[in-house]
Write a protein that binds this ligand. Structure first.
Ligand SMILES: C[S@@+](CC[C@H](N)C(=O)[O-])C[C@H]1O[C@@H](n2cnc3c(N)ncnc32)[C@H](O)[C@@H]1O
Length: 221
């Protein structure tokens, strides 16, 4: 079986998008929206200055725009990209009332069709954890390409610890991958993204306790 990120995520979007996006949300629309507001709060805690009215933002793995609706009102423009055309379609419908937002279907590896050095901020939440590592590496290089000099990249990764399971096979486009800080730092530095800091949030998942890392790097001059 070969890896089919697009097909798998389109199927998940059609079956039950909110559940696959935020598996802890069992309630209805109101709870889903509340989770978006809450996660934007955690995600930008201490980094609020990155949200301002001259900021152009890209959200990688935007899903149905759960967080974007709470980010867009604070910035000049927001583009959400996702491998799933179904997710992107639902996101555009949900956030049709926001005129500074657009959504694009990506190829799952690159940030085409976005231009070089066109963005001030790239964000990604609970997205890289589902991808094979080589896909994440491809995105890191692409983030460096689309960011302006001095631009920021903020993203979440589950942190590896002694109990972390080994990576699932590449064909598994949902299972979690866990990362150590130091190799991530080195890889990001290698594509011109300079370490600004990491913050840890403890998470208790069924049978597993781990930290979420929120990593902040900046495009080097
Ligand atoms: C758990 S959802 C999170 C969505 C959104 N970030 C949020 O917090 O609401 C993961 C999203 O990543 C997308 N995704 C998975 N693999 C991807 C890839 N290779 N490139 C872009 N998006 C991907 C999925 O389609 C899905 O919308």
């Amino acid at each position: 079986m070969s890896m089919d990120m697009k097909g798998d995520w389109d199927r998940r979007a059609r079956t039950n998008a909110p559940w696959f996006i935020a598996t802890s949300v069992e309630g209805g629309q109101e709870e889903f929206d509340a989770s978006g507001r809450r996660d934007v709060g955690y995600f930008f805690d201490g980094l609020e200055e990155l949200l301002h009215d001259e900021q152009d933002v890209l959200d990688i793995g935007c899903g149905i725009g759960r967080m974007d609706g709470f980010v867009a009102p604070h910035v000049r423009s927001l583009v959400g990209i996702d491998v799933s055309g179904e997710m992107v379609r639902k996101a555009a419908e949900r956030l049709a009332s926001l005129d500074n937002v657009r959504f694009v279907e990506g190829d799952g590896w690159t940030l085409q069709p976005l231009g070089d050095a066109t963005l001030g901020l790239v964000i990604s939440h609970i997205c890289f954890q589902h991808m094979p590592r080589r896909v994440v590496s491809s995105y890191f290089a692409e983030v460096s390409r689309v960011l302006r000099t001095g631009g920021d990249f903020v993203f979440q990764m589950p942190e590896a610890n002694a109990d972390s399971p080994a990576d699932p096979p590449d064909e598994d486009t949902f299972g979690m991958r866990f990362y150590e800080e130091q190799p991530l730092r080195e890889e990001l530095a290698g594509v011109g993204l300079e370490w600004q800091g990491a913050r840890r949030f403890e998470v208790e998942a069924p049978n597993l306790t781990f930290n979420q890392l929120r990593i902040h790097v900046r495009k080097r001059a």
